[in-house]
Design a binder for this molecule. Structure first.
Ligand code: ADP
Ligand code: MG
Length: 252
């Protein structure tokens, strides 16, 4: 084995794959251009670090399970004029995560609630914040099954370790009072520890109806809203706007 092969092997066993791939061609380049040794090493290390960061972000994005890619740059604040752009953008400094505060996007269908919550989650992943996106229906089903299997405590533990748990579409489907109780257990566990972001179409005063239980609903709201950023969105549906444009086009 020559020294190049040995070095390649050593770098691979140290899991320095980018350096292992690049050290030979880069050495050639640096030799040709008569550049500094330190710059050579720093160049190789920078590329390795860049690759490692990219991998850890991709890993976080994968485990967060976003249904689609929506970024805040893609969000048209002009279309949703009633929404306080400055306040929304200030979420992206992620101080609310440090403070274990919650975020709620509230409004009718199509106004961008899910879009905003995904875009917040994507940026969180880029900052290595442990994030999970889950629909309310899936979350409740997961907890209900775990209760049957006697693993509810584990599941609540696991869910509360996410620094940002995004619960999408709370209130679209009615919830039994037993299920509301499960949700209450999760929210109490996360209260003042880790953040929750919720999208909902149901005004708070009607939560008693969706949970079939006024007492549990107010206990949930009490903890959820204590440290929270609430964004009511009352503008038009973006889906309908897109439809209007499509319809107008076919008319022409
Ligand atoms: P909601 O969750 O409030 O029902 P969504 O976030 O699913 O609405 O938005 C519906 C569709 O419209 C999505 O494709 C979303 O990306 C898009 N959308 C909504 N609002 C905006 C906006 N202001 N700018 C750009 N796209 C938007
Ligand atoms: Mg939605």
């Amino acid at each position: 084995m020559n020294s190049h092969q040995l070095l390649k092997q050593q770098l691979t066993s140290l899991k320095l794959d980018a350096i292992s791939e690049n050290f030979l061609p880069k050495a050639e380049e640096y030799r040709k251009r008569d550049l500094d040794y330190i710059d050579y090493l720093s160049d190789l290390v920078s590329e390795q670090m860049r690759r490692r960061l990219e991998r850890s972000i991709n890993y976080r994005l994968r485990i967060a399970r976003f249904p689609e890619k929506k970024t805040i740059e893609m969000f048209d604040f002009e279309f949703q004029k009633g929404l306080n752009k400055k306040e929304v953008l200030s979420l992206f400094n992620f101080e609310f995560i440090q403070q274990a505060e919650n975020v709620i996007f509230l409004g009718p269908p199509g106004v961008g609630k899910t879009h905003l919550s995904i875009s917040l989650g994507i940026k969180a992943c880029e900052l290595k914040i442990r994030t999970l996106f889950i629909s309310a229906a899936e979350l409740i089903e997961k907890m209900r099954l775990s209760q049957q299997n006697n693993t509810l405590t584990d599941v609540i533990d696991q869910l509360s370790r996410y620094q940002l748990l995004i619960i999408d579409e709370l209130g679209y489907m009615p919830v039994t009072s037993g299920e509301a109780n499960l949700l209450f257990q999760l929210i109490s566990r996360k209260y003042e520890r880790t953040s929750i972001a919720i999208t909902t179409n149901t005004p708070f005063k009607e939560w008693g109806k969706i949970f079939n239980d006024d007492i549990v609903a107010s206990a949930i709201l009490d903890r959820l809203l204590h440290h929270s950023h609430v964004f009511p969105i009352n503008g038009g549906s973006y889906r309908l706007k897109e439809k209007d444009i499509a319809l107008n086009k076919t008319k022409e």
